[in-house]
Design a protein around this ligand. Structure first.
Ligand code: HEC
Length: 98
C-alpha cells in the first residue's frame, strides 16, 4: 500500500481529504477560530467544542460559518468558500500528523 494513500484521512462518510487541505484548515483555524473555540478545537466556556459538530452536516457547517449563528460572527466576508472547505476538512479529520 502506498504511504500517501494511508495518510489521507477518512471521515465516517468515507470522504477523504488531502493532507494539504487539512493542514491549511488547521492554519486558518489557528488564525481565525482558536481564540473562541480553543486550541486544537478543545472548546471553551463560551464556544462549542467543534469535535462535537455533526460530521454528516457539512452544509450546516458552511452555512453557520459563512453567515454566523447567534453569538458567532459571520466569516463570509473574510474567508473564501475554499477556506471554509479547508476548515471543514480540519474539523472532520483533526490535527494534521505533521
Ligand atoms: C468571537 C468568537 C468566535 C469565533 C472567533 C469563532 N466562533 Fe464559531 N462559534 C462561536 C459561538 C459562541 C458559537 C455557538 C453559537 C450558538 O450556537 O449559539 C459558535 C458556533 C460555531 C459552530 C456551530 C454552528 C452550528 O451550526 O451549530 C461552528 C461550526 C463554528 N462555530 C465554527 C467556527 C469556525 C470555523 C471559526 C473560524 C473561522 C469560528 N467558529 C470562529 C464563537 C466564535
Amino acid at each position: 500500500m502506498l504511504a500517501s494513500a494511508a495518510s489521507v484521512a477518512q471521515s465516517p462518510g468515507g470522504t477523504s481529504f488531502p493532507p494539504e487541505q487539512i493542514k491549511r484548515g488547521s492554519q486558518l483555524y489557528a488564525t481565525n477560530c482558536e481564540s473562541c473555540h480553543g486550541v486544537r478545537m478543545a472548546g471553551t466556556e463560551w464556544a462549542i467544542n467543534l469535535n462535537t459538530f455533526p460530521r454528516d452536516r457539512p452544509d450546516r457547517f458552511v452555512d453557520s460559518v459563512t453567515n454566523g449563528i447567534r453569538t458567532m460572527p459571520p466569516w463570509g466576508d473574510m474567508l473564501k468558500p475554499d477556506d471554509i472547505q479547508a476548515l471543514w476538512a480540519y474539523v472532520v479529520a483533526g490535527e494534521p500528523k505533521n
